[in-house]
Design a protein around this ligand. Structure first.
Ligand code: PLP
Length: 426
């Protein structure tokens, strides 16, 4: 007698998934890190790839920065609390997560601003070449800035997908000044081979600029080992530095003397307090400073980064793969026949720290999920995105999220008018 397969969502299937989640969570060496975050009760947070959750160390550090350092110390705190050194100090802390030795990473400003500086400086490192390469699927700001830099410098942007890079570089590599790419596709979560792309770009004599917004704090990045030239990335996604947290810029030491950025602000001057009339860049990565940095945000980010203390990025990666793999298993078991397609690659080495599902009703479904206490997000037109941060997401959270998604869609909650009204931020 053949046994009928259990239908999706049946009690047996759910019990099996719950047992797996319990076993995986029980064996999770990072389980205790969740204590380092403040998360509201009853919420499953799968949007840490857009805005990281609040690290428990941040409120106290911010209160101290405001009341004691600013309120009492006043301007003396630039020296006494080493505010002036914060961009490089926090840069080195982030550098440790990126495989970057100290003295190559600076923090302040936004990713967008760093992109402008880095792309322009990269083009100036290759003055005889007139092409900028970028990914047609790149996050829009990266493409917009590349286009603007090209207009300013009289260069041309080619939008070339990662898979087409070898062909493009073989044909026109000698004309390429800089290639700006992200290791993780922010929509699908696809992970590219950073080592291979870096080799190919540099093999053509071009500068490799990586945007690490979806990699920093999510997976091991070996900037020094791979010989990457330049990198940028934001502080508020997997680094959990808070809304609008300052972003970082990495300049490999060998490029620092020649790094000529367009935004020549006084903080990057060799002798900023001499207040000279002529610009002379500081030595080292300090020259990539621009103007006065947002100290409160920098100190919040610095406190947030303590959540990574004692945690290896290889552990973060192993758990992230376990979470995303389990997510896809739950989706296979519980969402079959409900109109979803998993678009994130199944092979572990080809996915970042998120799972994306395609569904024509992505927006109202994400809204209906949020009403059930499961926070993910959507990317137009039809992707539901679920980011997993290994420091505070559990396998049970993943199962809860997929169960709620199944319920929301089978109960047709996404058809309710309140879930069809678009908010300003999606
Ligand atoms: C999130 C993200 C940004 C954000 O840039 P901001 O200047 O912080 O708004 C840029 N690029 C990529 C690839 C991103 O994922």
């Amino acid at each position: 007698m053949s046994r009928r397969p259990d239908s999706p969502g049946s009690a047996t299937v759910l019990e099996e998934l719950a047992a797996r989640a319990s076993a995986l969570d029980a064996g999770d060496p990072l389980a205790a890190q969740r204590e380092r975050f403040v998360l509201p009760d009853g919420v499953v947070y799968l949007d840490g790839n857009s805005l990281g959750a609040l690290p428990a160390a941040v409120p106290e550090a911010l209160a101290d920065a405001v009341h004691r350092q600013w309120g009492e110390g006043l301007i003396r705190s630039w020296n006494e609390h080493r505010w002036w050194q914060a961009p490089l100090r926090v840069g080195d802390t982030i550098g440790r997560l990126l495989g970057a030795a100290p003295g190559q990473t600076v923090v302040g400003d936004s990713t967008t601003v760093h992109l402008f500086n880095a792309l322009t400086a990269a083009a100036r490192l290759r003055p005889a070449r007139r092409l900028l390469l970028t990914d047609p699927g790149h996050f829009p700001t990266d493409v917009y800035i590349a286009d603007s830099v090209a207009r300013l410098l009289g260069l041309e942007v080619l939008r070339v997908a990662v898979d087409d890079l070898p062909r493009c570089l073989a044909e026109r590599g000698h004309e390429v000044a800089v290639a700006g790419y992200s290791p993780v596709d922010y929509r699908t979560g696809e992970l590219y081979d950073m080592a291979a792309v870096t080799r190919a770009v540099q093999g053509a004599g071009a500068v490799m600029l990586w945007d690490l917004c979806h990699a920093a704090g999510a997976l091991p990045v070996r900037l020094d080992e791979l010989g990457v030239d330049l990198a940028v990335g934001c502080g508020y996604k997997f680094l959990s530095g808070g809304p609008g947290a300052p972003a970082f810029l990495y300049i490999a030491r060998r490029h620092q003397d020649a790094f000529d950025q367009p935004l020549t602000g006084w903080n990057g001057h060799a002798d900023p307090f001499a207040l000279r009339g002529e610009y002379a860049p500081a030595r080292g990565v300090e020259r990539a400073r621009i103007g006065t940095p947002p100290i409160l945000s920098l100190l919040a980010l610095e406190a947030a980064l303590t959540a990574f203390e004692g945690v290896g990025m290889d552990q973060v990666r192993a758990k992230s793969l376990s979470l995303t793999g389990f997510f896809m298993d739950c989706a296979d078991a519980l969402l079959d026949g409900l109109g979803f397609t998993v678009v994130t690659p199944r092979q572990p080495h080809r996915r970042g720290s998120q799972v994306a599902l395609r569904h024509p009703e992505a927006y109202p479904l994400v809204s209906a999920l949020a009403a059930r206490g499961v926070i993910g997000d959507m990317r137009a037109p039809d992707l539901l995105r679920f980011g997993v941060n290994s420091l505070y997401v559990s396998h049970h959270d993943v199962l809860t999220a997929v169960r709620h998604l199944r319920q929301a869609v089978t109960l047709r909650e996404h058809l309710e008018p309140r879930h069809r009204q678009r908010a300003a931020v999606t």
